[in-house]
Design a protein around this ligand. Structure first.
Ligand code: PSV
Ligand code: MN
Length: 391
């Protein structure tokens, strides 16, 4: 069996980035249910994110979404970054948004009109300017671009426009900055999506260069897709930039990671563990991309971080020597049993101990509930406009 001290040391290296939008109001296209105490400003989102880090110890970074987290002033982002640091967290990935403007009805960087494409590219370049101010290393691009009807636009021409637009952005990146391209098989486009799968993202990234990598959002696949295979392949090709973790039952549900299928999460993280993905040098960004529509937001983010941590601990517990030995002689049942032994291990006591060793509450959700933070934000965050992505 793997050495427990080594497992604990590996867990200490883990960092899970939380999304600013996970703290704001969200919902479906039918209804957004507002919650008391929800942040009204990017600063208040950072305060909530800092609580998640305080109780889990492994969530020191917060991803921003522009323009949802837009701040004014030439030094606005430098100040926001300082505000985060004062609270013990830092600004992480900058997520672009080319999907909420009337001009983007027929697409953004793939739009047939060069004027609209330029506008979308300008937004992405602005995101890189923000990265320079915040010290963020990753620009995440998810495109809603696509078509609804056969014949609506030329599929290959759209790929050409995509390549040209992304190349302009890639050239603007600093040496230590990355362009991370998400894929999603459908929605909001229903006939063709311009980046529908890992292959399309991979092909585009390959042409751009080393600092362009693929992001796997666990909610962006058709039912039954073997996501861990994609993860293993991308790691092999050094093209896995990161994850957007969440759970899906049906489409892009954005539920808490590990809630729908904890076994799938384990299988994914087993491939990460086996292919060097937990090595900080591999630089895989582990991010949540979730919306907490009906549940309390901060404890839901804490729970999600814990779900990733639990699945990670199980993946680290896989007896890789025994697995390799069984695989080498074609002992199918033993190989499978080795994997299942790790998955079926209750790692909660190990993680509680790990937290206590770091001066953390062994039960982060209970710790948060006892902290009084929820009562405080409900009492203090009155008036103003609550944050949300609109629905
Ligand atoms: C799209 O569904 C997505 O996963 C992208 O990452 C967006 O940036 C994010 O959701 C927030 O809407
Ligand atoms: Mn995503």
């Amino acid at each position: 069996m793997p050495d427990i001290a080594a497992v604990k040391a590996a867990l200490a290296d883990q960092r899970i980035e939380t999304p600013s939008w996970g703290y704001g109001n969200s919902g479906t296209r039918f209804k957004v249910f507002a919650q008391a105490g929800v942040p009204r400003t990017p600063q208040e989102k950072l305060e909530d994110a800092a609580k998640v880090h305080e109780f889990t110890g492994i969530a020191p970074k917060v991803a921003l979404h522009i323009p949802w987290d837009k701040v004014d002033g030439s030094d606005g982002y430098t100040k926001l970054s300082a505000y985060a640091k004062e609270r013990g967290v830092e600004l992480g990935t900058i997520n672009s948004n080319t999907f909420q403007d009337d001009d983007y009805k027929l697409g953004s960087v793939c739009h047939p009109d060069p004027v609209v494409r330029r506008k979308a590219v300008e937004h992405l370049l602005e995101c890189v300017d923000i990265m320079d101010a915040t010290g963020s290393k990753d620009l995440k691009i998810w495109l809603a671009d696509g078509t609804n009807y056969p014949g609506q636009d030329d599929i290959v021409a759209r790929q050409d426009r995509l390549a040209e637009s992304l190349a302009t952005v890639y050239e603007r990146l600093g040496d230590d900055q990355r362009l991370l391209l998400e894929y999603k098989f459908f929605e909001p486009a229903f006939y063709t999506t311009d980046v529908p799968d890992w292959g399309t993202s991979y092909v585009q990234c390959l042409k751009l260069g080393e600092r362009a990598q693929v992001v796997v959002d666990t909610g962006h696949h058709a039912p039954g897709t073997n996501i861990e295979f994609i993860v293993a392949l991308l790691l092999r090709e050094k093209k896995l930039g990161g994850f957007d973790f969440n759970s899906r039952f049906y489409a892009d549900d954005d539920l808490m990671v590990g809630a729908a299928d904890p076994f799938q999460l384990f299988r994914i993280l087993h491939e990460v563990a086996g292919n060097g993905g937990f090595d900080p040098a591999t630089n895989v960004a582990f991010m949540l991309d979730q919306c907490h529509n009906i549940e309390a937001k901060i404890p839901a983010v804490i729970r999600s971080v814990m779900n990733v941590q639990e699945a990670t601990a199980k993946a680290l517990l896989v007896d890789r020597e025994a697995l390799a030995a069984a695989q080498a002689v074609g002992d199918v049942l033993t190989a499978n049993a080795v994997l299942m032994d790790a998955y079926n291990t209750d790692v909660r006591p190990l993680l509680a101990e790990w937290r206590e060793e770091r001066g953390l509450n062994p039960d982060p959700v209970a710790g948060y509930k006892a902290s009084g933070w929820q009562e405080r934000i409900v009492a203090e965050r009155v008036g103003g406009e609550q944050a949300g992505w609109g629905a």
